[in-house]
Every structure is written in structure tokens, then in C-alpha cells.
Ligand binder design. Structure first.
Ligand SMILES: *Cc1c(COP(=O)(O)O)cnc(C)c1O
Length: 471
């Protein structure tokens, strides 16, 4: 059967049918996986297949196996983690991207994939109000975007100190001071680790109750730095949504000839929304930024953007000297010069499609709506006795405690979260904040309506009352 054109067409159509049916069931079904890891594993067939299976049957078998263990991440009442909901227009573009099968390394091989990235990059810079001369690499997510931004930073600050890190590596290089806030995202530490800068070798900057870097403390630490300097700021803390004082940090770092990188995986999108842009004032004065497509922009996985204000540093850090010579630079885009990979998916197509579909206004409205809905959650939950909203809701993040502010409260909070998840009306996750267990609500899915918020508030309060009663 393999290779039979009719069977292949049937396989593609079957995939469309199953995917559509699944998306519809998620919209109306429980906001959680139907089965857990252990259960899926126990029922799965691990034996290596000897004989092939027809194309359509293979797709059907895959869907049968996978669907029960898929989470409701595209659902309207899914508030677990800060992640988007794979907008159908982006998914459609991504289906075509897969079907077109383009290797996006360079513009000769696949001209339109390179141009789609060029256009999407221009749109992104415009919508996020970042300098139009920035270069943009299309990576898998903010983790890799942090890696790329910090690689460019490393290249530049060492070059300024007379050291070529691309050629000579880090052994014997002048030491770099790396400044980072106490409440930065773990993936930034992972990026530092991969770049040979070490996740423990940093100078930690104290933060306030919301996780924001304290500007006075930051200035003091910068004043104590002598050599090459990289500082990392955060636009959007994953628990509180808070922003570091990026503009003030940029001025202090630049006065010392350093580089400021911003992790704005989701928070950078505040700049797309006039009501919220004030939170991110001065963010455009940084040197590099990491953000995600698969969070607030709602592109399908995987998609992130590494944005750098100094394109030469960006390209130098990502390209082996043999294949990239600055003197040969043209305005023709070779996507591989801005990311670690050579062969990869054409992420520009889905980004192009989602931005084209929503438009600047649609994105601004979506961000504003999610922030409004987060505030609504905080107001409604905060009115219920025994429920405390821990953060000042400045963006789309809400953290909540159930019961007393002690270990009993930790246990109650954990039980309420488990109850909410098993009820399945909405999905909320848990995490630690300032030593205590909290429930985290991230309002960031494009399909979420105000009615979904009301239903979810009722479900959360119902779960809390049930747990309290049985406690
Ligand atoms: C999600 C997130 C990341 C990591 O992004 P991925 O897309 O998962 O790689 C980094 N920083 C912050 C603040 C985030 O919210």
C-alpha cells in the first residue's frame, strides 16, 4: 500500500477529519486529558512493527492512541501555564507548511519561506514597537530565543574586550559579569548554562514582592562590575505578570558598555496593546529580546522569535565563519544565519497567517481582553471567604491561595487544584511562589469568552467549598 496516491490522499483527509473532530470535542469537553500518563502507557503497544500499515490506517491508529492523552490546551477554559491555543488559521498554515515540505535554510532553496519570514519579522517589530533595524530569528520558542539573544550578547561584549569567542571559545576569555533577577524564568538559566556562562556563576539581583528587579540594587551591582557585562531583564514574570524596570536597566548597562537582554516570552505582547503598553515602557532600549509565537500570538507549536538590535552580532553568533562573511552581507535573508539550525520548519508561514488574520487590532484586542478577564477572575475569587489573590493583577496572570497562609493552606490549595482538574470545567495548575503553594491562572487562550471566565469562577469556588467542607 505504501506510496499509493489514493491511500496517501485518504491519509491526509483522515488527518483533517480526526483533527477537526478532536478540536471540536475539546471545545465542549473536559478541560484536561481523559487519561493520565500511566494509563496511556499501560494500554500502549511498545512492540516494534515488523510489517507496514496502510497510510490511512496508520493515521487512524495514531489518533486512536494519542487522543485520550491529549490535554485541552486549545480549549476555552484552559488556564494552566502561560501558553497559547494554536489558532486554527495558524494550524491551517502549518498543515500546508508540512505538506509543502520546505527546508528553510536559505533563500535560494526556498524563496517564499525566506520572504515570509522577512515580512513576518517586519510585522512583529512593528506590532511590538521595537526598532525596525532589528534582525529576527525564527526559533522553537523563548528558550532558544533567550539562547540566541545571549549568544549575540556574549559575542559582542567579548569582542569589545578584544576577544573573538566564535573563533577562540571561552577558555582564556575575559570573564563576563552576568546580572539576572532572582525571579527570572528557569529557561534563561538553561540558556546561560548552554552558553558556558553557567547558571550559578551569575550575580543575582534582588526583586520586590511581585518579582520585579529593584532598580537601586541593580544600579549598585552594575557599579561594582568592571569588565564585559550582560544583564537580563524580564518582561512578564510567569506568576505575577510583573515587568522589570527595563528602561532604567538599559541606561545603567549601556553606560558601562554592556548588553541588556529581555526575556519577554509572553509579556512583550503588552506592547501590542495600547492599554497595557505602559508596563513595558523603555523595553525598546534593550539590545535583544526573546518572545514566543506559541504563547500570546497563538501560533501552533513550535514558534519563538529571537530579536536582536545589532544584526551583525546576531549573525556572527549564529554562523560559522566559513559560511558567513560580513563583507558579503546583502539584504537577502538566509533564515539559517539567525538561528542555531540549518534545516528546519518554515515558521514564517504560520506567523504570517496568524498576524494577517488577526491584524494589529485583533492582537491588541485579544491581549486587552485576556488582561480584563484576569482582573475579573481576581475580583470574583477575592470576594469568596478563604480565597486570597496573592498578586496585583497587572497583566494576564493571577495567583491564588486557598485557606490559611501556612502548610495547611498549601495542602488545601493542592487539593482544590486537583478537584478543579478532575471536575474538568476549567484547567488550572499549581506552583510555588515565595515558599507557598499557589494556584496559577494564565488567561492567554484566544477562544476564552467572558462566559468561560464566569463558568470557571463558579467551578473554582465550588471546588473550594467542597474541599473546605470535607477538610
Ligand atoms: C514560557 C517562557 C519561557 C520559555 O519559553 P518556551 O517557549 O517554553 O521555550 C521563557 N521565559 C518566560 C518568561 C516564559 O513565560
Amino acid at each position: 500500500m505504501t506510496g499509493d496516491p489514493a491511500d496517501i490522499r485518504d491519509a491526509l483527509m483522515r488527518a483533517v477529519g480526526r483533527a477537526l473532530a478532536w478540536r471540536e470535542s475539546v471545545a465542549h469537553g473536559p478541560q484536561r486529558p481523559l487519561k493520565g500518563y500511566a494509563e496511556i502507557r499501560a494500554s500502549a503497544d511498545f512492540s516494534t512493527p515488523e510489517d507496514g500499515l496502510g497510510a490511512e490506517s496508520t493515521i487512524a491508529a495514531l489518533a486512536d492512541f494519542a487522543e485520550p492523552g491529549l490535554n485541552a490546551m486549545t480549549g476555552p477554559r484552559f488556564f494552566g501555564w502561560v501558553i497559547g491555543a494554536s489558532h486554527p488559521v495558524g494550524v491551517a498554515a502549518d498543515w500546508m507548511t508540512a505538506a509543502w515540505g520546505q527546508n528553510t535554510g536559505n533563500h535560494h532553496a526556498t524563496p517564499s519561506a525566506a520572504v515570509a519570514e522577512e515580512i513576518a519579522a517586519r510585522w512583529l517589530l512593528d506590532i511590538l514597537r521595537l526598532p525596525s533595524g532589528c534582525s529576527v530569528g525564527f526559533v522553537t520558542g523563548a528558550t532558544m530565543a533567550n539562547f540566541v539573544g545571549l549568544a549575540a550578547a556574549r559575542s559582542r561584549v567579548l569582542r569589545d574586550a578584544g576577544w573573538d569567542v566564535e573563533r577562540d571559545g571561552l577558555f582564556g576569555a575575559p570573564p563576563i559579569d552576568v546580572l539576572i533577577g532572582d525571579d527570572a524564568h528557569t529557561t534563561v538559566f538553561a540558556a546561560l548554562q548552554m552558553l558556558g556562562l553557567g547558571h550559578e556563576r551569575v550575580k543575582s539581583v534582588p526583586t520586590d514582592a511581585a518579582g520585579r528587579i529593584l532598580p537601586g540594587e541593580f544600579a549598585k551591582i552594575v557599579a561594582g562590575c568592571g569588565g564585559p557585562l550582560i544583564a537580563v531583564a524580564q518582561a512578564g514574570q510567569i506568576n505575577t505578570g510583573a515587568f522589570d524596570p527595563v528602561g532604567v536597566m538599559a541606561d545603567a548597562v549601556h553606560a558601562r558598555g554592556g548588553w541588556l537582554h529581555v526575556d519577554g516570552a509572553f509579556g512583550l505582547w503588552a506592547r501590542a496593546c495600547p492599554e497595557k503598553a505602559g508596563l513595558a515602557d523603555g523595553v525598546d532600549r534593550a539590545d535583544s529580546w526573546a518572545t514566543d509565537g506559541h504563547k500570546w500570538l497563538q501560533t501552533p507549536y513550535d514558534c519563538g522569535y529571537a530579536i536582536v538590535a545589532h544584526p551583525e552580532d546576531h549573525r556572527r553568533a549564529m554562523t560559522a565563519a566559513a559560511t558567513y562573511l560580513p563583507s558579503e552581507a546583502t539584504d537577502e535573508r538566509d533564515p539559517s544565519h539567525l538561528v542555531p539550525e540549518l534545516s528546519r520548519r518554515s515558521r514564517g508561514f504560520a506567523t504570517w497567517a496568524v498576524i494577517r488574520h488577526l491584524g494589529r487590532k485583533g492582537i491588541a484586542e485579544m491581549v486587552a481582553r485576556h488582561c480584563r478577564q484576569a482582573s475579573r477572575f481576581a475580583e470574583a475569587l477575592g470576594r469568596e471567604p478563604g480565597i486570597a489573590v496573592i498578586n496585583e493583577v497587572v497583566l494576564n496572570q493571577v495567583i491564588v491561595r486557598f485557606g490559611p497562609d501556612d502548610e495547611d493552606g498549601d495542602r488545601l490549595t493542592e487539593r482544590v487544584i486537583a478537584r478543579i482538574q478532575s471536575d474538568g470545567v476549567c484547567f488550572a495548575g499549581g506552583g510555588r511562589w515565595r515558599g507557598r503553594w499557589v494556584m496559577r491562572l494564565s488567561v492567554i487562550s484566544w477562544p476564552t469568552t467572558d462566559e468561560d471566565v464566569a463558568l470557571s469562577v463558579a467551578a473554582i469556588i465550588g471546588a473550594w467549598r467542597a474541599v473546605r467542607q470535607s477538610a
